[in-house]
Design a protein around this ligand. Sequence first.
Ligand SMILES: Nc1nc2c(ncn2[C@@H]2O[C@H](COP(=O)(O)OP(=O)(O)OP(=O)(O)O)[C@@H](O)[C@H]2O)c(=O)[nH]1
Ligand SMILES: [Mg+2]
Length: 298
Amino acid sequence: MNELTIKNSGFVAIIGRPNVGKSTLLNALIGEKVSITSPKPQTTRWQTLGIKILDHTQIIYIDTPGLHRDEKRAMNRYMNRIASAVILDADVIIFMIDATSFRGEDEMVLKKLQEAEKPVILVINKIDLLDDKAQLLPLIDKLKDKYQFAHIMPISAMKKENVHDLEHEIAKLLPEGPQLFPDDQVTDKPIRFQIAEIIREKLIYATEEELPYATTVEIEEYVQEEKLTRIGAVIWVERHGQKVIVIGKKGARLKKVGVAARHEIEKLLGVKVFLRLWVKVKENWTDDDKALRSLGYD
Ligand SMILES: Nc1nc2c(ncn2[C@@H]2O[C@H](COP(=O)(O)OP(=O)(O)OP(=O)(O)O)[C@@H](O)[C@H]2O)c(=O)[nH]1
Ligand SMILES: [Mg+2]
């Protein structure tokens, strides 16, 4: 494929409340992991591009943080602000819901989309969890009354069911336009960011309750040597007690996170990695605009 063959291009925002499977869909569409995922809500904190060429169309997907109601902390307001801004920038919107549970927060997201007045594809995810797909019909009927969707598509992002069909429906809606990113670029995020996100994902899996929400990862050292890459990262938490938990008994939890992250980073970079993790406390950083900015939430 060369630049001259692209006839259409545009931005497709993946929007929905937390945990419906937005990042899982982005990864399924791109065919590799560009955005981290987890069973815990509010995993994604930044917008992340996934770039793909399909026939004569360059589709630029934008994964977003889940829109949510509880805006108690500066971090929550930041995440909602990002998702809302992406809605305004996109050419087409994927409104993702979970086939097994439609809630007030989904209604809130739909209301925002109604105001945006853009082509919206309703994507009903996790259909692999339904015994009978006919269970979806009342929900589809209800939603059809609320918005004139450009298309309605039940999918399973995890099992890659209907993902290919979805992609073709999306391509039909994109305007004429030039190639916006080079052929081989799949995301906008630099490697250091991807590494920090991999570490954060392993932390989310290794910790419980509020801890996933109180941690962020900063890469301090990234040195490519002849035979290995040396990476040093700081895991920021909000309180001393959280630091003790992240480290675990005799350092066991931190070690587990480090081993899991190192394996994935080695796969990503294709070289041996020496990974060192530190845990540091920045009091109340998730509710402090200045601290958020200094940690990259800008
Ligand atoms: N059974 C099933 N699970 C899915 C499917 N898609 C995603 N999941 C799971 O749902 C959970 C949330 O997935 P994510 O992709 O992280 O969800 P998200 O919408 O990006 O969440 P936030 O970033 O928190 O807004 C994970 O445990 C996924 O494995 C699906 O099609 N079927
Ligand atoms: Mg996500």
